[in-house]
Design a protein around this ligand. Structure first.
Ligand code: NAG
Ligand code: NAG
Length: 403
């Protein structure tokens, strides 16, 4: 996600001192020694259909439908996206200040109103565990010492800020936070406002190192991906399992078409399935915003159907599959229709998405009628009739398991 709001920045001291936003529970826990994210992960994410206000009931219903209809097709992570620790009361929005549930150690915990099972001993009760203040050099360190007040998140300044990972106290805080996530039974974390134009390599690497200390395998996903290039990912991909390479994708053709060039550059740079955190890493094209959705940056609705045509949705699914992007469905599964289900479970595309190799763009027929080879950049001019509003034609190739 990523959203702007006009609310002015507030005093820093109560800000959430971290950027971890998403928690995900997996339907089948990975074996201890299995390679992490050996295949591009698949699942469901609450953001496109609920913005931040998803509650336990809606989440569980979606997770159950995912388990029933999508798990047989490899969709296994059910993601609670974005501000799960914020109270949902009148007048509270994405960039509101002062409504977050933060424990005495500065760590966020789920909003009890929205996630009532957090109250009982189902992993979330770990939020009540007691600890000791962090001491170093005879001093008790506090949030004020580790928060980087000049590095609040540009698009949600009242949301979160960076942590100083150069000092022991900053690392101790992050260690405590990620241990807590592991204790809750989380299998996947997506850390936001830390990549792309919000690039914070020290924090990414620190979190990656802390995750390796844990007994529980946890997939690390970083976001958002505005203005990401293979050069920016160069020092990061080996520390994570997936990383966004574009800004938020919504159900507009312009958003879909803007993924072609950046996907081609990551394929050419051999970043698809490169070494990652305890396994592999995958350039992430963002969720699939199909089916029943909401709008960016809202609270309660409007709830509406996807604006893409069926052909546009098929094109998006085909590109995401050829690029071997993680596939995270974004629509409310309680309103999943047969046409959408058949697009996201297309057996050929899902096989390509998991098992093909050497995926790359072959050529592009651009809007000037030039056929451009993606290898040599040699051009040929072809006669073509251009429909208004289309952005040319692309061809991708990949090697299958049988060659
Ligand atoms: C990646 O690391 C190299 C070597 O430390 C450094 O020169 C380069 O600037 C880094 N790239 C980015 C995008 O941070
Ligand atoms: C979807 O289409 C409706 C009707 O044309 C429009 O009002 C709305 O802004 C569109 N939503 C998005 C996210 O493009």
């Amino acid at each position: 996600m990523g959203a702007y709001s006009p609310t002015p920045p507030s005093p820093w001291r109560h800000h959430l001192l971290c950027s971890a936003l998403l928690l995900i529970f997996i339907w089948r826990t990975a074996e201890a020694n299995e390679e992490l994210a050996a295949l591009p992960p698949r699942g469901w994410n609450s953001y496109d259909s609920f913005s931040w206000i998803v509650d336990e009931n809606a989440y569980m219903q979606n997770a159950q439908i995912m388990a029933q209809k999508l798990l047989p097709h490899g969709y296994q992570y059910a993601v609670i996206d974005f501000l799960w620790y914020r109270k949902y009361v009148d007048g509270v929005y994405t960039n509101s200040y002062g409504y977050d549930n933060i424990d005495e150690w500065g760590r966020p915990f789920p909003d009890l109103q929205r996630f009532p099972s957090s109250k009982v001993d189902r992993g979330f009760s770990q939020i009540a565990s007691k600890g000791k203040p962090y001491m170093e050099d005879g001093k008790q360190w506090t949030a004020r010492d580790i928060g980087l007040t000049h590095r609040t998140c540009a698009w949600m300044q009242c949301g979160f800020m960076s942590v100083n990972t150069d000092i022991g106290a900053g690392k101790a805080f992050l260690r405590s936070l990620y241990r807590q996530y592991a204790d809750w039974g989380v299998d996947f974390v997506k850390v936001d406002c830390i990549f792309g134009t919000d690039y914070s390599p020290k924090e990414i690497i620190t979190i990656s190192e802390l995750l390796q200390e844990l007994d529980r395998p946890i997939i690390l996903s970083v976001s958002p991906g505005t203005e990401v290039t293979p050069a920016l990912a160069e020092n990061i991909s080996e520390h994570v399992n997936m990383y966004r390479i574009t800004g938020d994708d919504w159900d507009k053709w312009k958003d879909v078409s803007s993924h072609f060039d950046v996907s081609s550059s990551f394929a050419a740079a051999k970043k698809i399935g490169a070494i990652g955190l305890q396994g592999r890493s995958w350039p992430d094209l963002d969720m699939l915003p199909f089916g029943w959705l909401t709008d960016p940056g809202v609270n309660q609705g409007p709830h509406r159907k996807c604006n893409l045509t069926t052909d546009e949705q098929k094109t998006q699914m085909a590109l995401w599959s050829m690029v071997k992007s993680p596939l995270m469905y974004g629509g409310d599964l309680r309103h999943l229709d047969e046409s959408t289900l058949s697009i996201i479970t297309n057996p050929t595309l899902l096989k390509i998405n998991h098992y093909s190799q050497n995926n790359m763009e072959m050529w592009e027929l651009n809007d000037k009628g030039n056929l451009v080879s993606s290898y040599s950049r040699l051009c040929a001019t072809v006669e073509s009739v251009q429909e208004q509003g289309t952005a040319g034609t692309r061809a991708w190739v990949a090697t299958g398991s049988k060659g």
